[in-house]
Write a protein that binds this ligand. Structure first.
Ligand SMILES: C=C(O[C@@H]1C=C(C(=O)O)C=C[C@H]1O)C(=O)O
Length: 285
């Protein structure tokens, strides 16, 4: 991890992050990309096993002193997200005082659920955590929270269950968008190797712009790797937002304040950004 060595980059191994990485090479002289679920990336970045990664936005909040954010990159939604879903086998009023199984792969969404349950819906459920398998989870709980590709697959094959989309619920309650993942760099890595961080940043920005300009390659990848049809994937990628503008930052700051109120975060979070040599506009030209 010292200067002139390849830096290690984490990549969320879910469809929701594809636009940020689809055109980013897995290995260059400057960096190497590692694929994992968010909880694993959160841990690896915290322990210094990665220099930079897309991580749960909650994990940024918990370690904000150690990280800086790459500007203009996020995984967000303004309303329904379609892949952060609470599957309920009982009516909501029972779930509010029942047991909810949480996926062990997440950090943002499990805490978002706790915020919504407690502050918005005035519930007080018990929580258990397990592997993201809906059938197993619902054997010992009244509802189960899944994220990412597991949530997408489960939404296709469990149509008898009631489903709450947490992005939709958050927006109905706060009027704001929600940011689930951000791109964070360890401060020491950004200081030691700014050129490599800059190279990854430019490459991710370019990937985002190219992916969103023409969704077809991602839509085809979704159909062949995960299933569903082209219409589903067009709707999915159109519903997700990948910029991190001031409105989305305000949504995330509100989430951090609620998380702090519930004791889920110890400190107030201030968003701090890496200073790239090129802006998003310049990459776009
Ligand atoms: C949009 C999603 O957001 C993901 C949710 C995360 C979390 O809950 O910690 C982390 C990364 C995001 O990519 C999703 O899972 O579908």
């Amino acid at each position: 991890m010292s200067a002139n060595h390849r830096i290690a980059i984490g990549r969320i191994d879910y469809a929701n992050a594809w636009p940020l990485y689809h055109y980013v090479q897995d290995r260059t002289p400057q960096y190497e990309v590692v694929y994992r679920v968010p909880a694993e990336l959160n841990r690896m970045l915290r322990e210094g096993g990665l220099d930079m990664s897309t991580v749960s936005s909650f994990a940024y909040g918990a370690n904000a002193d150690e990280y800086v954010l790459l500007p203009d990159l996020s995984v967000s939604s303004e309303g329904p997200v379609q892949s952060i879903l609470l599957f309920m086998k009982k009516p909501l009023e029972d779930v509010l005082k029942g047991t909810i199984a949480l996926t062990a792969t997440s950090a943002t969404s499990v805490n978002l659920l706790k915020i919504l349950m407690s502050l918005h819906l005035k519930g007080n459920p018990a929580y258990i955590t397990g592997e993201p398998d809906l059938e197993t989870m619902l054997r010992s709980a009244d509802a189960a929270l899944l994220i990412g590709d597991s949530a997408i697959r489960a939404s296709w094959s469990n149509r008898e269950l009631q489903v709450l989309d947490l992005g939709r619920l958050w927006q109905e309650w706060t009027g704001l968008g929600m940011t689930y993942a951000v791109a964070a760099v360890r401060k020491e890595s950004a200081q030691r190797n700014p050129e490599a961080v800059d190279a990854v940043y430019r490459s991710m920005l370019a990937s985002k712009l190219r992916s969103l300009r023409n969704l077809k390659p991602l839509i085809h990848k979704g159909v062949s790797f995960i299933g569903g049809d082209e219409m589903y994937w067009r709707g999915y990628f159109s519903g997700l937002k990948y910029d991190f503008d001031s409105g989305r930052q305000a949504g995330l700051e509100l989430y951090f304040r609620y998380a702090r109120r519930l004791g889920l975060l110890e400190r107030e979070v201030k968003l701090e950004f890496f200073r790239p040599t090129q802006t998003a506009e310049q990459v776009n030209e």
